[in-house]
Ligand binder design. Structure first.
Ligand SMILES: Nc1nc2c(c(=O)[nH]1)N[C@H]1C(S)=C(S)[C@@H](COP(=O)(O)O)O[C@H]1N2
Ligand SMILES: [Mo]
Length: 416
């Protein structure tokens, strides 16, 4: 970018328009904000957006074409319909982004991971990217999925109010991650036998809540047992160096756990012989509400079970034509055992055909054919069951922050 000032102005405009749509800020407020920032002289927000056919989310580096993404504030949701003809893994170009602030662009030559704390023998250790690459590399295919994925259905399907980003089902992606084992790094750093928690922390900016509280850098404790099991310090995604929006140069990948565990742009890891806390395991990422204790549930760890059609919301499907309905299902507990489809709002169900060998912490693609006959509105449903015997229910127990929605989503279509 040659003209840095112009770039900054464009970014701020994008940020304002993204925020406007995410928060329902009236256009007049956006214009007031723009005026305050001295930017109201240029294009109106809507025109700036239309011109590029890209959607704007503050602080995201990669392009966000409207066909592939829905911007939600500082985040970008993958449109499931855009995955219809892609392979098992989500291309980096289509992978959802969930940022508390914005993607920092770090220089990997300057980057180092500091491992420190009372849970280590000795004074800790630093690892450069080269150091990590010299350790045995592991490759793992798994999803990263936000704990709030599907949150909007608490409201649209169950009539309940919840706080947080109103995701549909696209706050998930699957990739082939490659990196060093966190277990190897912790052992080289002198992990003590009585260590209980590790606390990875991102190098992105401090997170300041809507009401102005600075919560510091994004960080969430992880029990040592999980850290030693299958966690990766990933430096590659789908065979390429990790891109800026997904945590370059190095992020954690914590298979089967909620997305917040997979800290991006990791800069340091505290190791402790005492349980550790941060707002991300005390206030956020616990279940609060009528069905839960006053202090909330225990901190969330594993993801739940979900299914999604690769079909636009309110898709039009011609009658008396055979359609191949496709989609994906996943579970944080077992692997997917079966997927059932209903094209009559849940009265009758039939098995979908699976197109991947179900694997732990990853999704499976599936398909089912449907030849609708009667024009008019219809509802299609997909319901997965995993190998622990868990089946997606008709409704999810409410929690105030709208985490872990697992109910069958009622997907409207119109037969024409
Ligand atoms: N440092 C840092 N790590 C982070 C986040 C963040 O904002 N900062 N967001 C978390 C959340 S809530 C999710 S769901 C995943 C999203 O990963 P992605 O943006 O690569 O899809 O990253 C997690 N790691
Ligand atoms: Mo998340």
């Amino acid at each position: 970018m040659v003209d840095e000032a112009a770039y900054d102005r464009r970014r701020l405009r994008q940020w304002l328009s993204g925020r406007a749509r995410a928060d329902g800020v009236a256009r007049r407020d956006v214009m007031r904000l723009l005026a305050a920032a001295g930017l109201a002289t240029g294009l109106p927000v809507a025109a700036a957006r239309g011109a590029s056919a890209a959607t704007a989310a503050a602080g995201i580096v990669k392009p966000l074409p409207e066909a592939w993404f829905t911007a939600r504030g500082t985040n970008a949701e993958t449109n499931f319909a855009a995955l219809a003809d892609s392979g098992h893994h989500t291309p980096v170009s289509h992978f959802f982004v969930r940022n508390h602030t914005s993607s920092p662009q770090l220089d990997s030559a300057d980057w180092a991971l500091k491992v420190w704390g009372g849970g280590l023998e000795g004074g800790g250790r630093e690892f450069s990217l080269g150091d990590l690459k010299r350790l045995p590399a592991v490759t793992r295919s798994c999803v990263v999925e936000c704990a709030g994925n599907g949150r909007s259905y608490f409201t649209s399907q169950q009539g309940q109010s919840v706080s947080g980003t109103a995701w549909t089902l696209g706050a998930i992606g699957s990739a082939r991650w490659r990196g060093a084992r966190l277990a190897d790094v912790l052992r080289l750093a002198g992990l003590r036998r009585d260590a209980v928690d590790v606390l990875p922390r991102g190098l992105d900016a401090d997170y300041v809540t809507a009401d102005g509280m600075n919560l510091g850098r994004v960080r969430r404790p992880l029990p040592v047992a999980k850290a030693l099991d299958d966690v990766i310090l990933a430096y590659e995604m789908n065979g390429e160096p990790l891109p800026p929006d997904h945590g370059a140069p190095v992020r954690l990948i914590v298979p089967a756990w909620i997305g917040i565990a997979s800290i991006k742009w990791v800069g340091d890891i505290e190791v402790s012989t005492e349980p550790l806390f941060s707002p991300w395991n005390t206030d956020f990422y616990r279940l609060f509400g009528d069905a839960y204790p006053p202090g909330g549930s225990t901190p969330l760890s594993r993801q739940t079970i979900k299914s999604a059609f690769e079909l636009p919301w309110n898709a039009s499907l011609p009658a008396d034509t055979s359609h191949r309905l496709t989609g994906r299902s996943w579970s944080g507990a077992g692997t997917i055992a079966r997927v059932e489809i209903s094209t009559d709002a849940g009265h009758t169900w039939r098995r979908a055909r699976l197109h991947d060998t179900p694997r732990r912490a990853d999704w499976v693609r599936w398909s089912a054919s449907w030849r609708p006959t009667t024009p008019g509105p219809a509802t299609v449903l997909a319901r997965a069951t995993d190998t622990t015997g868990r089946t997606q229910p008709a409704a999810t127990q409410h929690n105030t922050q709208g985490y872990l929605f697992d109910a069958v989503v009622r997907h409207p279509v119109t037969v024409v």
